[in-house]
Design a protein around this ligand. Structure first.
Ligand code: DX5
Ligand code: ZN
Length: 223
């Protein structure tokens, strides 16, 4: 099954003084999702965007949100977010002993559940979750910060995951990659079976060219 290639620009990499302009440019460039990194200073050592930021975006655009929860026990906090139909919400396997419950709750809110795995977390953790997810988010850097270098072993992990899913008759489950998705890495990731690309400081958010140009370049790299 050939899955559509999609781009999910990462708002933690946006120029906060120019958010409105940024949003309009991403709409015109037909970005498929808006990636919002939520951190709690405990699951990962940083704070970034939060509930109010998600609410403002939700109110001001029709692009579906792609909310990446890097927080402990997300199952107790999902109702804080403006989650709706068409949105993706990802929860980390490592962040809760109740991953199944968290994924079910995302579904009950009408959104699409996605499970996120840190670079060292094995694919076998997915075995009994395959009926409960629409996508897997593979972290290709350690979560917490923009501007990091690719963990090379995760390239093989993408091919392994595609094979893992296809061999279990789950060709429809999407693979999102997050972290150092540069134009060069994006091509390698796409070749290995990733189809949703988190676009951050390594690609479209650059002082040297516009967002419109960045999205064009990234599309060329993944097609
Ligand atoms: C971490 C974040 C980052 C970021 C991606 O959890 O999701 O990976 O937005 O941007 P760069 O391209 O800086 O890695
Ligand atoms: Zn992310």
């Amino acid at each position: 099954m050939e899955l559509t290639k999609k781009i999910s620009p990462s708002f933690m990499c946006a120029d906060f003084m120019e958010l409105q302009k940024c949003l309009r440019e991403l709409e015109e460039s037909k970005a498929e999702y808006l990636h919002i990194d939520v951190m709690d200073g405990s699951f990962v050592p940083n704070y970034t965007l939060g509930t109010d930021f998600c609410k403002v975006l939700k109110k001001n655009t029709h692009i579906p949100l792609d909310i990446h929860l890097m927080i402990d026990s997300p199952e107790y906090k999902l109702s804080w977010f403006p989650i709706g139909e068409g949105d993706y919400v990802s929860v980390h396997y490592e962040s809760t002993p109740h991953i199944h419950r968290a994924l079910q709750q995302i579904k009950s809110l009408g959104a699409k559940p996605m499970v996120a795995l840190n670079p060292a977390t094995p694919l076998s953790t997915l075995e009994y979750l395959l009926d409960d997810i629409d996508a897997v988010l593979l972290m290709t850097v350690n979560p917490g910060f923009a501007g990091q270098k690719l963990v090379e072993a995760t390239l093989k992990k993408i091919s392994d995951l595609r094979q893992f899913l296809d061999s279990r008759d789950r060709g429809h489950i999407e693979i999102e990659v997050d972290g150092n998705v540069s134009f060069e890495n994006a091509r390698k990731m796409s070749d290995r079976g990733a189809n949703i690309f988190v676009a951050g400081s390594s690609s479209i958010f650059s002082p040297s060219f516009s967002l419109t140009e960045g999205i064009k370049r990234l599309r060329r790299a993944i097609e």
